[in-house]
Ligand binder design. Sequence first.
Ligand code: WT7
Length: 632
Amino acid sequence: MLQKISSHEEYTNAFNESINNPNDFWGKVAHSFSWKKKWDKVFSGGFEKADYKWFEGGRLNITENCLDRYLESIGDKTAIIWEPNNPSEKNRQLTYRELHEEVCRFSNALEKTGVNKGDTVCLYMPMIPELAIAMLACARIGAIHSIVFGGFSAQSIADRIKDAECKWMITADGCFRGDKPLYLKKIVDEALEQCPSIQKSIVFNRSNFDCNMKPGRDLWWADIIKDCTTTHDSAIMESEDPLFILYTSGSTGKPKGVLHTIAGYMVYAAYTFLNVFQYKPEQIYWCTADIGWVTGHSYIVYGPLLNGATTLIYEGVPQFPDWGRWWDIIDKYKVNIFYTAPTAIRSLEAQGTNWLKRKSLLSLSVLGTVGEPINEEAWVWYFKNIGKENCPIVDTWWQTETGGILISSLAGITPTKPSYATLPLPGVEPIIVDANGNEIIEPIAEGNLCIRKSWPGQARTVYKDHKRFIQTYFTTYPGKYFTGDGCKRDSNGNYRITGRVDDVINVSGHRIGTAEVENAINEHSEVYESAVVGFPHAIKGQGIFAFVSCQPHPNDLILFKQEVLNIVAKIIGPFAKPDRIEIVSGLPKTRSGKIMRRILRKIAEGEFDKVGDVTTLLNPEVVEEIIKKVKT
Ligand code: WT7
């Protein structure tokens, strides 16, 4: 069993040991897992070439660690509770034994279909147990899963399939989110028109929606598992074999296929889940994220199952059938640990406390947040109304690239401080650098957040583009991992993450590259050029502000804006639609033609007097015009 930190003093000791003697520290943690062969070396490599490796020489299968090793001790314990979108539909519960059987059965089915070790498989699925089963089955046979969040468009799916060279697709006919049907298979069909690399597409029948099954390509999930047994010898994998690819947005227009490898990710996801949430056996844990984002990978599926926990998967949305649904679910299953995003807390807060009447919520003992900075007001609302002032809030800072939580308090063990993620976890050495790239040694500091050394859960590369990986994360501040976030440190060593300092915006916890949205907008025939920036948004954290210059000038502005929204939804997905579009006669540019996003950011934030000196611009006159437009 993994060692759990159970006092502040133990945290301090663990942290010190992890920094002074990382190999011993992580070696000890890794010993509690089940290995086919132990590693030769705990750690090697470094940031210069980004060639770091963890537990090299080890052999294992992550699903043996999630499932097989628990069959004897807790085989009858519930592994997954599934709550459907519609409360009148029957829920499902799978024990560790049943989940193991389903994963084995589907592993056999995948192998029978021709999926091989090392193949990449794209998953585009609703929040149903079969999504977890499919990802675990991929891991069991040594295939690499690449999950695409169900809100992405056909074009985004196609781009990801092509980049990851996926040969297999796993999807469902569709699902309901609230009262809205989502026709996933139709979206996938459209994507696959561009993707000849896909040999087979496996379709799970979730909703009995009409599906156009393409002969020779499309297979029903139920048909392929029919003759498969419920036992399966898991593939023996190397520690550094790939586990999954997950796409995330950056400063450039093209999303990056972040690659995680098996052993380091496993050790880190398991260790952080146990310690941050202080999970106790028998507790019910619920993370409201989508499995299509890294939060779902690490803290709905892998982290909890690696700890033998009971993890709840909810298919629907917080407002269906009404804004009391989440609280009903907490009461129905007596959820103990609840993990969600600040944006969700703010939307629930905005509905008022009426929805909390006649809800108990007394089962809760730990609350968590993730995805974006949490403002103090939302923190206090969450603490008082949901936690009844009895539950510590863990504000967990991390990223797709970090695999697991890097900065957070440990629930009930280390102190919390509203709007601060607080302290680094063992193995994590945050550093703050100033504008010149120099490390700030003084305790109180403000600047850009970097990490000094590798930790086991760190992403290993950008799929097929190691150069870009090095360029993005290890060249801005040579020798350090650059997170892309700004941050502050107080005199007690607590970290407060202030937000992205690159061209990435965080909308409702969704990470969106401004260049991606611009590229989509520019597809409109009347758009000459565009610039997208973030602005403060009461619920979403940040909203998307698009400044667009047109040629010719559109006749019907309302129609034009609608078309722009449609294009963004079609190319990226509905969640990336701009909140505000302003048509301007030109964008502020330097004499060398570079768009001055800094000025547009200030304008979008309403800080008109802070645009600074514009006299050296190529076209200073547009700044006044833009300010006037935005003000009215
Ligand atoms: C970015 C990473 C990590 C899972 C979900 C997002 C922001 C994340 C926090 C937090 C302030 C946070 C950062 C980070 N972020 N957690 N607790 N406080 N900011 O993963 O999509 O890779 O986004 O989300 O800006 O860089 P992601």
